[in-house]
Ligand binder design. Structure first.
Ligand SMILES: Nc1nc2c(ncn2[C@@H]2O[C@H](COP(=O)(O)OP(=O)(O)OP(=O)(O)O)[C@@H](O)[C@H]2O)c(=O)[nH]1
Length: 468
């Protein structure tokens, strides 16, 4: 029944509610219930009115349907929440909270707006309570009761929100990788020509149409539909995507209506001028689409171009997942930061190209020195980061030492046919269970610093409590 929340959370909340209920005197609870019964409509009005003052909230609440439904369900919600007398009634109220949380997640209501809603309601109820005939002590108890109960309700709502959000994010991710697995160069061509098609159709309509004819909108074109529906999943997060949508709106909502107006008035030179502006915006659209597809190719491969190692932008996702695996399965992992010694000197003495070749060969040695389940990232210019999964400290130090000796022993080829011996310094840190992976990276960095300070070409473990 409570599938969106872990059983433990449900139980904690239930117990908290029981404690709250026991703690609040009967008189205080009855007063709150009466206030809600008498003023719930006015509260819903005030809530809605207050929220509509904010443009961000307005975006979610402005439709008539939302108004009507929100108004009714807000009143129902207040009544249900404050009239719970039994465990069963509370469970029903909780189910309602979870439902609201899931709706918020689907609609993507920002969490700050929800928090503001809670504040507005607490404030209102507090105001009515202050004007009630309750004595001082009971008034305090009633205010605490309202405050805690609303907090509890929002707690349930937020956990449902988060659970549902994570589900959506996983589905989105799966869809994105499915879509990017499709033939992207074909898609790029298809969208390019769809945009061109629309542009031609627009020019055709302008030239042969009758005054008063509707001009074809770009958002209604095959390109526009693709961009608004499929591309939003595919290019999620790309900065160009928002600009593309803005340009499409500017064409449809400003330039085309003006163009139709001037066409109706027979003002052809103005029409030509406006079409030029449309063409300029289409040119910009084409450029942005190209750049979005380019990014997608980068993302698709996920590799650093020079070394073919993992790109560091995946590091947060991978470290967060490894922290989670350690937490749930108790399998610790180790982090190695590997830095080529005196690399600047290699560049200076043999040229940048030689430096690049050294980096490629070091990367290959690193990749060949770990198991296929480990992760090797290019972390910075001449710095690499390795995640050794399911690893204890002794074995991690052994792997680090193996890497160090292999690199030192292997002469690396440089561009002019020459060979070069390079060394690396390595900092080793074990995940200590702290969920913030940046701490772990910092500890490995501290160990690396000590390896450099200690003379380079060496491996150093992190010191316990290095950044406690
Ligand atoms: N060839 C090449 N050089 C790079 C690349 N990325 C960064 N570098 C160079 O790597 C050098 C790093 O130098 P430093 O950070 O001073 O460190 P170092 O010379 O390795 O000295 P230590 O780390 O203290 O042993 C800089 O000169 C960068 O320009 C790259 O992709 N290719």
């Amino acid at each position: 029944m409570h599938k969106s929340l872990p059983a433990q959370t449900t139980e904690t909340i239930e117990n908290d509610w029981l404690a709250l209920f026991d703690q609040a005197p009967l008189g205080a609870r009855a007063a709150v219930r009466d206030i809600i019964a008498t003023h719930r409509e006015a509260m819903a009005d005030a809530f809605y009115e207050r929220m509509m003052q904010d443009p961000e909230a307005r975006a979610f609440l402005s439709s008539e349907v939302v108004h009507e439904r929100l108004h009714a369900s807000m009143q129902r919600w207040l009544t249900t929440l404050f009239s719970c007398e039994t465990r069963e009634q509370f469970l029903t109220a909780m189910a309602m909270q979870r439902h609201v949380g899931e709706v918020h997640s689907r609609v993507d209501v920002p969490v700050n707006i929800v928090a503001r809603g809670a504040r507005v309601l607490k404030n209102r109820i507090g105001g009515y309570l202050a004007r009630s005939p309750l004595g001082r002590d009971e008034l305090v108890e009633a205010v605490i009761y309202v405050d805690s109960l609303i907090d509890l309700a929002f707690e349930v709502m937020s956990s449902a929100f988060v659970a549902s959000h994570e589900r959506t994010a996983r589905i989105d991710e799966a869809y994105r990788s499915f879509s990017s697995g499709q033939n992207m160069s074909l898609e790029r061509e298809r969208q390019r020509s769809a945009l061109l098609d629309w542009e031609n159709r627009l020019l055709q309509t302008v030239m042969t149409g009758q005054p008063g004819d509707d001009l074809p909108s770009v958002s209604g074109s095959s390109f526009g539909l693709w961009m608004q529906h499929k591309a939003s999943a595919l290019f999620r997060g790309a900065s160009e995507h928002a600009t593309v949508r803005k340009l499409m709106r500017s064409i449809d909502e400003t330039l085309l209506p003006l163009c139709a107006q001037q066409l109706g008035a027979g003002n052809l030179s103005e029409v030509r001028h406006l079409l030029k502006q449309v063409q300029a915006e289409v040119g910009e659209l084409k450029f942005l689409i190209e750049s979005m597809f380019e990014h997608l190719v980068d993302l698709e491969s996920g590799k650093d171009a020079l070394t073919q190692l993992l790109n560091r932008r995946f590091l947060p996702a991978i470290l967060a997942r490894e922290c989670e695996i350690t937490r749930s399965e108790g399998k610790p992992f180790a982090l190695l930061l590997v830095d080529v010694d005196h690399f600047k000197h290699i560049n200076d003495a043999h040229g940048h190209q030689a430096g690049d070749r050294v980096l490629q060969q070091v990367a290959a040695i690193l990749q060949n020195s770990v198991r296929s389940g480990d992760f090797v990232f290019r972390y910075g210019g001449e710095e690499f980061l390795i995640v050794l999964v399911e690893m204890d400290h002794t074995r991690a130090m052994r792997v680090a030492e193996k890497i160090r000796t292999r690199i030192a022993a292997e002469p690396l080829l440089i561009s002019n046919g020459g060979q070069l011996n390079v060394t690396v310094s390595i900092g080793v840190a074990m995940h200590d269970g702290h969920p913030d992976y940046q701490r772990l990276v910092n500890r490995a960095d501290g160990a690396l610093y000590r390896a450099k300070q200690g003379g380079r070409n060496r491996c150093e473990p992190d010191l316990p409590d290095a950044n406690a």
